[in-house]
Design a protein around this ligand. Structure first.
Ligand code: NAD
Length: 319
């Protein structure tokens, strides 16, 4: 029997990359899950395996509008938001609306149902950080009028709104600051580095690295992230917690690793660095370790192998 036996959870953004993995985990723990998604960047294929499961229901709805859910709700996990730079640069107003109005509506539902609320925040709230690695106490270095401001500021507002509901309405809230995560169900063309590298390498095309490739990221395998989120959800920690993998790698080395793991002959090409692209990004995860007894466990090469296998199938290539 799972830890959420007979509990009711709502996952906004449930048809997305992370939301769909979360639905799987919650159902695996015995919960009844309602996924709410307007499919703006999500895909029904991510949850196709859950359709017909009597612990799962899908509601197509834009969460910037009033959210109605009948029956009890114990947990609300608010994951709806365009998340990849390609998406939020193409959908700037929708991104701002879902971070502000969508968070407000989801918190309203939590208050109404007396449910616990968990916000999917992001390392982007630290912007282009001036301290490294980034602990939860760092306030960030964000350009509010830069192109990426639509995402960063929406999430900063969402955090502020979440804390206000905690302080003024006594809603039980949790905030996870997610650092770059990868794994099966990412979209091939979502503009993030790992799907781009893998799909280019599998097609035998040149692999594109931005700038000199010296900028770093710390990439977390999706199973590790979901475990951290699950622990946070069940914890009593009302302040933000970083969840991410501490192992830092340059984009250049990551591209080389992907080429090697796919067995491709692709060459590297370099393109200009996009505006406000953070130069370094590494989570400080002492809090997660201390308070949740959580740390990333999946080795990057293993995680990349699983992701490459997923993309091979998704791209119709042989294994
Ligand atoms: P995704 O694009 O795959 O999923 C987001 C989902 O939200 C999609 O299914 C989309 O259709 C849905 N959505 C967007 N606006 C909506 C609205 N107004 N109403 C209803 N549904 C809406 O992205 P993801 O990578 O799964 O990200 C999920 C969440 O995690 C986001 O909030 C994102 O900011 C956060 N996050 C992700 C990462 C990462 O590395 N993937 C890092 C930091 C934070």
């Amino acid at each position: 029997m799972g830890k959420l036996f007979d509990k009711y959870a709502v996952v906004t953004g449930g048809a997305g990359f992370l939301g769909s993995h979360l639905c799987d985990r919650l159902i695996g723990e015995g919960a009844h899950v309602t996924a709410i998604d307007n499919l703006i960047t999500g895909d029904m294929r991510n949850i196709a395996h859950l359709v017909g499961n009597d612990h799962f229901r899908f509601v197509k709805h834009d969460v910037t509008e009033y959210i109605f859910v009948d029956g009890p709700v114990d947990y609300i996990l608010h994951f709806a938001s365009p998340a990849s730079p390609i998406d939020y640069l193409k959908l700037p107003i929708q991104t701002l609306k879902v971070g502000s109005l969508g968070t407000h509506k989801a918190l309203g539902l939590a208050k109404n149902k007396n449910a616990r609320f968990l916000l999917a925040s992001t390392s982007e709230i630290y912007g282009d950080p001036l301290i490294h690695p980034q602990p939860e106490t760092y306030w960030g270095n964000v350009n509010p009028v830069g192109l990426r401001g639509v995402y960063d500021e929406a999430k900063r507002f969402a955090e502020a709104m979440t804390m206000a509901y905690q302080r003024y309405h006594a809603v039980q809230t949790r905030i996870v600051r997610i650092f770059n995560t990868y794994g099966p169900r990412m979209r091939i063309n979502d503009g993030r580095a790992i799907p781009a590298f893998i799909s280019q390498a599998l097609r035998g095309e040149d692999v594109t690295v931005f700038g000199s490739g010296k900028q770093t990221r710390s990439v977390c395998y999706v199973d590790d992230l979901i475990e951290g989120i699950f622990r946070l959800l069940l914890s009593d920690i009302g302040d933000p917690v970083n969840i991410g993998n501490q192992s830092e790698i340059s984009m250049l080395d990551l591209a080389k690793e992907v080429i090697q793991l796919t067995g491709s002959n692709s060459k590297l090409v370099f393109k200009e660095l996009p505006e406000d692209d953070p130069k370094v990004r590494q989570p400080e995860t002492t809090r997660a370790k201390k308070l949740l007894d959580w740390e990333a466990r999946v080795d990057r090469k293993d995680g990349l192998r699983n992701t490459i296998a997923y993309f091979r199938t998704a791209m119709g290539l042989q294994g």
